[in-house]
Design a protein around this ligand. Structure first.
Ligand code: 5AD
Ligand code: SF4
Length: 429
């Protein structure tokens, strides 16, 4: 979501005549869009600010803007004011549309601009966007989160759930397709609680219905979504995987822990059994579906037995991939106050065991792709070798192959020749 916000900011500034530069040393304005999900993101932000201090000293005209989730927390604003008073613009997650105005105020020498809204106002439609990829687009369908998982800062930084109108989403996707987009990623903290309503209508369009609507758009080839909360993934959505040919057979379903006791303490509102039932249903109704997840290791009170429940769940689900995180205390969340925090060495030791297990399953799953022909949407040349191109399969597997510039943005057939832990190798046929 932050990445998409950055695309929008880049779009607004491009429309205003600003030029994006590749290297920080060539910039007159720096914008830092912050993440707050774990402590290391916070630390990197203050590290980057420290680096910019010298630029600001050398050239007082150099403008520094900071925004994103961290700015929605008063203690962060207080720290910036006290330790980095030379920051020019501070704004939050609810008013990124104001960036051009705030910059104009700086140019007009109106002084430091601090504009952070505690809650989101009306959803602002029609903002420009400078996409990272020509053929793939991120599309917000809703903002905010009402779930209050006890470890998570997001409900405090992104506010309460608000859904965009279905017609606004459909129009945006039609325009994206006209602009060359083949794949969309629908974004929401929990897309399953999407509640779309048109002005003046009582009818509620749910997430599954929205997928059916988008599946009708000519020229669109692939629909993905993230993230989906297991507690309210509906049977209708599972059916949409069967009925909607454009909906990619891949789901990111964060489990967070395999221990029902820990899940309760996390306020996730499902248990291990219910999660495994859901996975069983998905696999039965959507053969070949690929799955990924998020797991937190070392939540307060997690015992060795709890952790083994997580390992057991991972073995049962056989995820294609997983994002694993060390639990990180977030100021203002309920879990901050939990007494039985887990020592760092125990967290790391469990984390390593979990990553080893996940990697061995990923490698095994990827090896099974050898000999298969996969449809790959080509993203571009790899960063390290200009002849090696990368793209994604319908199931979101990363594929490397020898390609040519004309293939970028096309869907090509690739025969898989090797399965690695994090990617597949193949040849275009
Ligand atoms: N500590 C560690 N991981 C966290 N996540 C969210 N909050 C925390 C935290 N305090 C993880 C969850 C979530 C992902 C986006 O980040 O796994 O699904
Ligand atoms: Fe955070 Fe839970 Fe909301 Fe996800 S569902 S954003 S983990 S509070």
């Amino acid at each position: 979501m932050n990445e998409h916000d950055s695309e929008i900011m880049a779009g607004m500034l491009t429309d205003e005549g600003f030029i994006q530069v590749d290297s920080r040393k060539d910039a007159d304005i720096a914008i830092i869009n912050t993440c707050s999900i774990r402590d290391n993101a916070d630390k990197r932000f203050f590290g980057t600010l420290g680096q910019l201090k010298r630029r600001k000293k050398e050239n007082p005209e150099f403008t520094v803007c900071v925004c994103g989730c961290m700015m929605q927390q008063q203690h962060v604003i207080d720290t910036i004011k006290a330790k980095y008073p030379w920051v020019d613009i501070i704004f939050g997650t609810h008013n990124i549309h104001k960036l051009p105005e705030l910059l104009a105020n700086i140019v007009a020498e109106k002084g430091k601009q601090i504009d952070v809204w505690p809650e989101g106002g009306e959803i602002v439609e029609g903002l420009p966007c400078k996409r990272l990829f020509e053929s793939k687009a991120l599309v917000n369908i809703m903002f905010g989160c009402n779930n209050f998982c006890t470890y998570c800062i997001v409900p405090y930084t992104r506010g309460r759930e608000r859904s965009r109108k279905p017609s606004d989403i459909v129009n945006e996707v039609r325009n994206l397709v006209a602009d060359g987009v083949k794949e969309i990623m629908l974004l929401g903290q929990n897309v399953n609680s999407y509640k779309g309503m048109e002005a003046g209508s009582e009818e509620v369009i749910d997430f599954a219905e929205l997928i059916y609507m988008l599946n009708e758009i000519d020229g669109l080839e692939r629909i993905r979504f993230m993230t989906s909360h297991p507690k309210d993934l509906s049977d209708r959505l599972i059916q949409a995987f069967v009925d909607c040919d454009k909906l990619c057979k891949n789901v990111h379903l964060p489990v967070q822990s395999g221990s029902s006791r820990v899940l309760k303490a996390m306020n996730r509102r499902y248990d291990k059994e219910k999660y495994l039932d859901l996975v069983g249903k998905l696999k039965a109704v959507v053969p070949g579906i690929t799955m990924s997840t998020d797991i937190i290791v070392g939540f307060p009170g997690e015992t060795e037995e709890d952790f083994e429940e997580t390992l057991d769940l991972v073995r049962q689900v056989e995820y294609d991939s997983a994002f694993t995180f060390l639990y990180s205390i977030r100021k203002g969340t309920p879990a901050e106050k939990y007494e039985d925090q887990i020592p760092e060495d125990v967290k790391h030791e469990r984390f390593n065991r979990l990553v080893d297990l996940i990697n061995s399953i990923s490698a095994e799953k990827n090896a099974a792709y050898v000999g298969r022909v996969e449809k790959v949407l080509v993203e571009g040349p790899s960063k390290t070798n200009s002849k090696t191109y990368t793209g994604r399969t319908d199931g979101f597997k990363l594929v490397n192959f020898q390609g040519t510039p004309e293939m970028v943005g096309q869907i090509v057939d690739v025969k898989i020749t090797e399965g690695k832990t994090f990617s597949l190798e193949g040849q275009v046929i």
